[in-house]
Ligand binder design. Structure first.
Ligand code: 6PG
Length: 232
């Protein structure tokens, strides 16, 4: 993953003068963040812009915060200008206001007019054992309009941590130049097999919404999560 990230950053900066990426949170990315922090000069951080794929609606210093995970394990160890770190603003009283504010932040950072979709250079995703990605959960419809870039999700009862989420919307994920899906842990093996090889659809496993851009996805799966792949 570190090499993929560095290569994407170098290609984007070489081609367009900047590298715009969006991180997921949860448990899986921590090792990637720490390994990237161990090579602080490997990425053109002065030209890199970091956004978030999704965020739990908690304060930025909460242990559940996706921003805090990346800030503590990576961003505080590299020379990225603070103005190029676009945290989802969970301090708004209403999560819907935070989603609108983040939508505006993305549009301004990309210099995008209304109605256009930003094209991230690389988006880092995970997958939950229920087949969710970003904060697109089974049975949890998005509360947003068609051209929103970010919106509020109320996760179902079984989703931990129980907090509202702000997530990038499917059109933004589908527009990315490249996507990397990181999957680790034996508890995901059955779902990963179903998603990649078996009976699956977007309603059952929301990560299937990425299938139209499967050619732009790199799957990085550890041995435990791959344990059931290859079994008919
Ligand atoms: C989040 C993440 C989420 C994550 C998956 C996998 O806010 O939890 O953005 O989409 O990628 O839930 O989570 P783990 O890495 O903890 O298994």
């Amino acid at each position: 993953m570190v090499r993929l990230f560095i290569r994407a950053a170098d290609q984007a900066v070489g081609a367009r003068g900047s590298f715009r990426t969006a991180f997921s949170g949860g448990r899986t990315p921590e090792l990637f963040f720490r390994r990237l922090a161990a090579e602080p000069k490997a990425v053109p951080w002065a030209r890199t812009h970091v956004f978030w794929v999704d965020e739990r609606y908690v304060p930025p210093d909460s242990p559940a915060s996706n921003y805090r995970l990346a800030a503590e394990t990576l961003l505080s160890h590299v020379d990225i200008p603070p103005t190029q770190v676009y945290r989802i603003p969970t301090e708004h009283r209403l999560a819907s206001d935070a989603a609108r504010a983040y939508d505006r932040t993305i549009r301004e950072a990309f210099g995008l007019p209304e109605g256009q979709t930003p094209q991230f250079d690389q988006i880092l995703l995970g997958m939950g054992s229920d087949g969710h990605t970003a904060s697109l959960f089974p049975g949890c419809p998005l509360e947003c309009d068609a051209d929103d870039l970010a919106c509020v999700v109320r996760p179902g009862a079984g989703i931990q941590p129980q907090a509202l989420r702000i997530t990038l919307t499917p059109p933004v994920l589908l527009a990315a130049r490249s996507l990397v899906v990181l999957v680790s842990g034996r508890e995901k093996a059955r779902t990963l097999r179903e998603v990649l090889m078996g009976e699956s659809d977007e309603a059952r496993h929301p990560i299937r919404m990425l299938w139209p851009v499967l050619d732009r996805i790199t799957w990085l799966v550890d041995r435990e999560a791959a344990a059931e792949i290859g079994e008919a």
